[in-house]
Design a protein around this ligand. Structure first.
Ligand code: GAP
Length: 471
């Protein structure tokens, strides 16, 4: 039985079991930020490890990078973010609240508005009775653009306020709104030091920041989030082929590696109006969240847009010398395919996908996170049947031995039934109970999360038994 999954159920479970907390909660919270608790941080790490394993460890032609969050302001000028990275916003003069103009129009008029100017959007607001999301009558301002980059300043020169000196603007820098630009800026050095030939990719995981006008939908739209991006450099004539290859590969990753239900995933090509300024073609991988299908990942054909821009603005030669092109070789700018996803959205999708409510033997509801065992934050729990010193010594030894290779939870509090429930809710695939017989037969009872079947396993064989099943 899989009941209707709601945002409320997922958010409640995430809070109750310590996956996620609202950021700065004791001060009333900071909108658009979340903190990952123990199980959330471990789950997030599993996602990142799985991505790095599939895309770097198992791919001979993709290498890793960890670039700075703070970059030279010229980077954002070259990439187009200073001029173009903005959302259209509109203010309600009555409530003094600010909204994404496109979201209000799309939600209330069912119209797609990509590519429309601020003047066109303003006209739509004037000609239609658009209400606030709470259903209240509004008095709208004109629609205007709002740059989403967080601005700060480097060194002891403030860019605003009484300390702003003549150098204030020169000191202004931005928190990166995507990790991608670090890859473009470093691409030549990475290529030279790893001796890669086209096609090759550079993969990076890291924080990105966007001053979203309306953060929300739990961890779907945040102001501080984490991205996993690959820039895959290839010969211009091969870009279409590689774009298609990456779309298939990334869909495979979600189903085969993360275990996400295929029926909940959709590959959605962008319409021409929807394309970003740098893209010759983009397909999104959408997941069916409780609020409908929405983007997990974008796979874009960025052509040579970014390298050409950085070459122009920096004045540095960013061409690649292709020895295999003609008898003397040839220099050119590679084209780039970019699979780009958000770690937090994947964690959210995993929580939704794995969440199951089923009746137990007593007619109560058992909530289980049926995560793929290799992705579950905790691989196995060690549970002494009772909180007695005779059992503690052996149980702690079992825990310490397993913890050399596996993430283990050790839990002695409450009845064994309650402890199973707690482990079910965090998705632990195996619970190993140490009882009084264990002292004699040197074995434990292993309970499997989904079937709830129990099996007696020798302690000496336990690590192998679990490892074989943690796939
Ligand atoms: N370099 C391309 C790029 O950044 P994007 O579609 O703007 O493309 C890529 O972002 C991914 O980053 C998205 O598919 C999404 O998973 C994640 N993402 C973007 N904005 C986000 C936000 N405000 N909160 C959480 N995740 C976000």
């Amino acid at each position: 039985m899989k009941k209707q999954i709601t945002m409320e159920k997922i958010a409640n479970l995430a809070k109750r079991r310590g996956f996620l907390f609202g950021g700065s909660d004791i001060y009333g919270g900071l909108q658009g930020t979340y903190d990952y608790g123990h199980y959330g941080a471990l789950l997030k790490q599993r996602v990142k490890d799985a991505w790095l394993r599939s895309n770097v460890q198992e791919m001979d032609n993709v290498v890793a990078l960890d670039a700075s969050i703070l970059m030279h302001p010229k980077v954002w000028e070259a990439s187009g973010h200073t001029a173009n990275f903005s959302d259209a916003l509109v203010d309600d003069k009555i409530s003094k609240k600010r909204y994404r103009a496109d979201h209000l129009i799309e939600e209330q008029l069912g119209m797609k508005v990509e590519g429309l100017s601020n003047e066109d959007l303003t006209k739509i607001f004037q000609e239609n009775e658009i209400k606030t999301p709470e259903g209240q009558k509004a008095d709208w301002t004109e629609v205007r653009s709002f740059n989403l980059m967080f601005k700060t300043h480097a060194g002891p020169v403030d860019t605003s306020g009484p300390d702003a000196g003549p150098d204030a603007d020169a000191a202004a820098i931005y928190l990166r709104p995507e990790t991608a630009q670090g890859i473009f800026v470093d691409y030549k050095e990475v290529q030279a030091t790893t001796r890669k030939k086209l096609p090759f990719g550079i993969a990076q995981i890291g924080k990105a920041f966007r001053n979203e006008i309306t953060p929300g939908k739990f961890i779907f739209r945040m102001r501080e989030f984490e991205q996993m991006e690959i820039e895959f450099f290839c010969k211009p004539a091969e870009s279409k082929k590689w774009h298609e290859w990456w779309q298939k590969e990334r869909m495979r990753w979600y189903t085969d590696v993360l275990g996400i239900d295929k029926k909940k995933l959709k590959l959605r090509p962008h319409t021409k109006d929807e394309l970003s300024h740098y893209s010759a073609g983009t397909s999104d991988i959408d997941y069916e969240f409780p609020f409908g299908f929405s983007e997990l990942e974008g796979i874009a054909n960025r052509t040579d847009y970014d390298l050409a821009q950085h070459q122009k603005v920096s004045g540095k030669d960013l061409t690649y010398f292709d020895q295999s092109d003609g008898p003397k070789g040839k220099s050119y700018l590679p084209h780039v395919i970019e699979p780009s996803c958000g770690v937090d959205r994947i964690v959210f999708a995993l929580l939704c996908d794995a969440y199951v409510e089923e009746p137990d033997e007593k007619g109560d509801v058992r909530t289980v996170l049926k995560l793929k065992p290799s992705i579950a934050p905790i691989s196995a729990a060690v549970l002494p049947l009772m909180n007695k010193p005779e059992l503690a010594k052996l149980s702690e030894k079992v825990r310490d031995d397993l913890a050399k290779d596996l993430m283990i939870d050790y839990d002695v509090t409450g009845s064994i039934g309650k402890r199973y429930r707690r482990q079910d809710e965090i998705g632990t695939p195996f619970c190993c109970t140490v009882d009084f017989d264990s002292l004699e037969d040197k074995a434990v009872t292993v309970r499997e999360r989904d079937s709830q079947k129990q099996e007696r396993v020798k302690i000496a064989d336990l690590a192998d038994y679990l490892s074989e099943r943690l796939t």
